[in-house]
Design a protein around this ligand. Structure first.
Ligand code: ASP
Length: 364
């Protein structure tokens, strides 16, 4: 496919549709100026449609998680409600013909806004009693990625990560630079991310090792959130967002915003979002490891289970992952006591929280 063909197509089909195709869209500006370095990597809706011509339409899939840990009974109901709401939100995007990247952003924003989860509003606090948030978003068609780490006062880090992906030449911004960028593009400052519950938990807990031990094996922690999706054009995407682990050192960054660890998406295999002990996930690059197993022929479930088992044996880490393959095979697996998850495919919602749990609801 030549750059000239795409420019002609954009001009003929009306390139002003869609959120990334306005005058400020770097991809559109580059394409119209004929300077897109590689048109096959352009992520604007017009290019996606163009590339998908002739391909069969796929049955869409969304899978979300609300973190892998020992979820206490008092939070079980809210966690299940939160993941179901997020799955519905993502599914609505896909049903309206939206992209996988839009669906995962929407689902994760819903989880970030829900104080039951350790992301955005309700995130856990670092050793100094402050919120520091990490997030990643990745587009499996183009491998475009955006991430932010150690950001404060941003209610929806996943959307800031998406802005890094779409509006900068970089993959990740941290702390002060991320805040300056957020201000420049008009993302509002949020001063109310610390909840009363988190403030109290922080006052009672003492150190990161204690936090880690309790986080995954007792009823103390909170939970990272994530989503993976397959859209009707056959594109996959992932997003992950977290406040990290309670009592972490100031500036500690876990796996969540790190490409290949907390998430990865590639149309050639699938998309993954991880949760669990970040230092362990980083050591085994869990998201890429799962996709590697799928590339070798394993199903989504077998790949997730083999990789989590490897992480347990190799570095003694527990965690969980949600997966969707580019053919629509999906999985939600974990080695922690619980993980709240939900998926929607072909109007059937599946969800669970305890091991081997799989409730189903027909949506219409
Ligand atoms: N993986 C996250 C981190 O280590 C925590 C979690 O998934 O619950 O920052």
């Amino acid at each position: 496919m030549m750059a000239e063909e795409i420019i002609v197509y954009l001009q003929r089909e009306g390139a002003s549709r869609g959120r990334t195709t306005g005058p400020s869209s770097p991809s559109r500006q580059r394409a119209l100026a004929g300077t897109c370095p590689d048109p096959s990597l352009d992520s604007s809706p017009e290019h996606r449609e163009y590339r998908a011509r002739g391909r069969p339409r796929m049955k869409t899939v969304i899978v979300v998680h609300g973190g892998a840990w020992a979820i206490p009974d008092m939070l079980a109901e809210a966690s299940m409600a939160g993941v179901k709401n997020a799955a519905w939100a993502g599914d609505a995007v896909l049903k309206n013909g939206g992209s996988a990247i839009d669906a995962v952003e929407k689902a994760v924003r819903s989880l970030e806004d829900d104080p039951s989860f350790d992301a955005g509003h309700g995130a856990v606090l670092n050793i100094d009693g402050e919120v520091e948030l990490d997030s990643i978003i990745m587009d499996g068609e183009t491998l475009a990625t955006g991430a932010v780490a150690s950001v404060r006062n941003i209610a929806n880090p996943v959307s800031l990560a998406r802005a890094v992906m779409e509006k900068t030449d970089h993959v990740m911004l941290t702390d002060r630079g991320a805040s300056m960028f957020a201000e420049r593009i008009g993302i509002p400052i949020a001063d109310d991310l610390v909840t009363e519950l988190e403030r109290k938990d922080w006052e009672q807990s003492s150190s990161f090792p204690v936090g880690v031990e309790k986080f995954f094996n007792t009823q103390w922690g909170h939970d990272t959130v994530g989503a993976v999706a397959l859209d009707s054009l056959g594109n996959v995407a992932c997003a992950t967002s977290t406040g990290g682990i309670r009592n972490k050192m100031v500036g500690r960054v876990g796996d969540s915003p790190i490409i290949g660890s907390g998430g990865y998406a590639d149309n050639r295999s699938g998309a993954v979002s991880c949760t669990g002990h970040g230092e362990s996930i980083l050591k085994v690059t869990l998201a890429r490891l799962i996709l590697f197993h799928m590339e070798q022929g394993k199903s989504a479930t077998a790949a997730a289970e083999a990789s989590l088992q490897y992480m347990g044996e190799r570095v003694k880490g527990c965690g969980g992952a949600i997966v969707v393959s580019s053919t629509g095979d999906w999985a939600a697996s974990f080695t922690t006591p619980c993980m709240a998850w939900a998926s929607i495919k072909e109007d059937v919602l599946h969800c669970g929280l305890n091991p081997k749990e799989d409730f189903t609801e027909r949506l219409k």
